[in-house]
Ligand binder design. Structure first.
Ligand code: NAD
Ligand code: IPM
Ligand code: MN
Length: 358
């Protein structure tokens, strides 16, 4: 008899609303494993996060990356809590994993589902449907810099952006391959008019890679204008490729125009599959609503859909996304950020119910 594939998932629920939304996502993935009979899923929980830091002085174990390495994927909630400096909590866990596992693609869909609230006037559902390919391993996040002359009148901080040819080329090629497959355009977002080294280099490499894909329509925008067009004319964007920091900022804006932080998912991919990829909602630990059952787990559930896609279960990935859309259209079981009164824990059963009904 053929052995059924077992997906081994490392779970880092993390801080604040992380554990609340991850619990919902796990339920959905387990439910799908049962329904599909195509695979089994085995979760291994890791206690890493700010509580762990307060107890041990570290965000994860010394050999944390080695422990995570053998898993098929990592499913992460959110990291960050009052009392622990954000640069430590994120730098030594989330960013350490992204960098350590060379997850150089951060794939963030900005797609307005039917029934999702949109603050923009005159926008149709189909007008907001883009995939942001955010560079996820270097750029402004390279963590290269220095603090000089601390506690003196001339103290200073230096933070250097790192843009390598290798790093730019690989993220751009990924974007072009995606666009080619899906017959979409690619828009590069940069800032060559002010950042005369890094972004001029980015633009030059984008032109070079564009020439390898003559069949793909391309556009180039400065990031300030791009932010304006996200609001004024989002339908011009299909596949977007941009640097680490610009991608971070633009995808919160993307979340805002496509239903809110409770609906925005992201996949940190190592496309070569040399290391595990990591799936997460893009929102943070939301200390303002943590522990109250108010968190919307749909972003975490959408990242389950991304995980299914990555593992090749595209039909199930699609079903998850369609079930989120149905939930939004029916307007019966929604959390307060979407105008409903449902608790976090009511969402996963409602999603599984919709999938089972189809
Ligand atoms: P945040 O995303 O946590 O929250 C921003 C706002 O969105 C808050 O008002 C919050 O209540 C709301 N919100 C976020 N997710 C929601 C959800 N699922 N349902 C309903 N409402 C939701 O951003 P922040 O407040 O800037 O950051 C809080 C902490 O999280 C900080 O420590 C920050 O560094 C960290 N952070 C972590 C990640 C991550 O782990 N991936 C991402 C962003 C921020
Ligand atoms: C995100 C987050 C992280 C980022 C932070 C928490 C380091 O905002 O995933 O969007 O900036 O990448
Ligand atoms: Mn962010």
């Amino acid at each position: 008899m053929l052995m059924m594939k077992k997906l081994k998932i490392a779970v880092i629920a993390g801080d604040g609303i992380g554990p609340e939304v991850i619990s919902s996502g796990k339920q959905v993935l387990s439910g799908i494993a049962e329904m599909s009979k195509a695979f089994e899923v085995e979760f291994t929980d890791f206690p890493y996060g700010c509580e762990y830091y307060k107890r041990t002085g570290q965000m994860m174990e010394e050999d944390g990356l080695e422990k995570l390495r053998s898993f098929d994927a990592i499913y992460l909630g959110a990291v960050g809590a009052p009392g622990v400096p954000d640069n430590i909590s994120l730098g030594e866990l989330l960013l350490k994993i992204r960098r350590g596992f060379d997850q150089y693609i951060n794939l963030r869909p900005v797609k307005l589902l039917k029934g999702a609230p949109c603050p923009l006037a005159g926008v149709k559902t189909e007008d907001i449907n883009m995939t942001v390919v955010r560079e996820n391993s270097e750029g402004e996040y390279a963590n290269v810099g220095a603090r000089l002359y601390p506690n003196s009148p001339n103290e200073m901080a230096l933070q250097t952006g790192v843009f390598s040819r290798y790093g730019c080329e690989r993220v751009m090629r990924y974007a072009f391959e995606l666009a080619k497959r899906e017959r979409k355009s690619v828009t590069s977002i940069s800032k060559g008019n002010a950042l005369g080294y890094s972004m001029v280099f980015w633009d030059q490499i984008f032109d070079e890679i564009s020439r390898e894909y003559p069949e793909v329509e391309t556009h180039k925008l400065l990031v300030d204008a791009a932010a304006m067009f996200f609001v004024k004319d989002p339908k011009r964007f299909e596949v977007v490729v941009t640097s680490n920091l610009f991608g971070d900022i633009l995808t919160d804006l993307g979340a805002a125009i496509a239903g809110g932080m409770g609906l925005a998912a992201g996949a940190n991919l190592n496309p070569e599959r040399k290391y595990p990829s990591m799936f997460e909602p893009i929102h943070g630990s939301a200390p303002d609503i943590a522990g109250k059952g108010l968190a919307n787990p749909l972003a975490a559930i959408w990242s389950v859909s991304q995980m299914l896609d990555f593992f090749g279960y595209s039909d199930w990935a699609k079903k998850v996304l369609e079930s989120i859309e149905t939930l939004l259209v029916e307007q019966k079981t929604l959390t307060p950020d979407l105008g409903g009164t449902a608790k976090t824990e009511e969402i996963a059963p409602a999603i599984l119910d919709i999938i089972a009904r189809r």
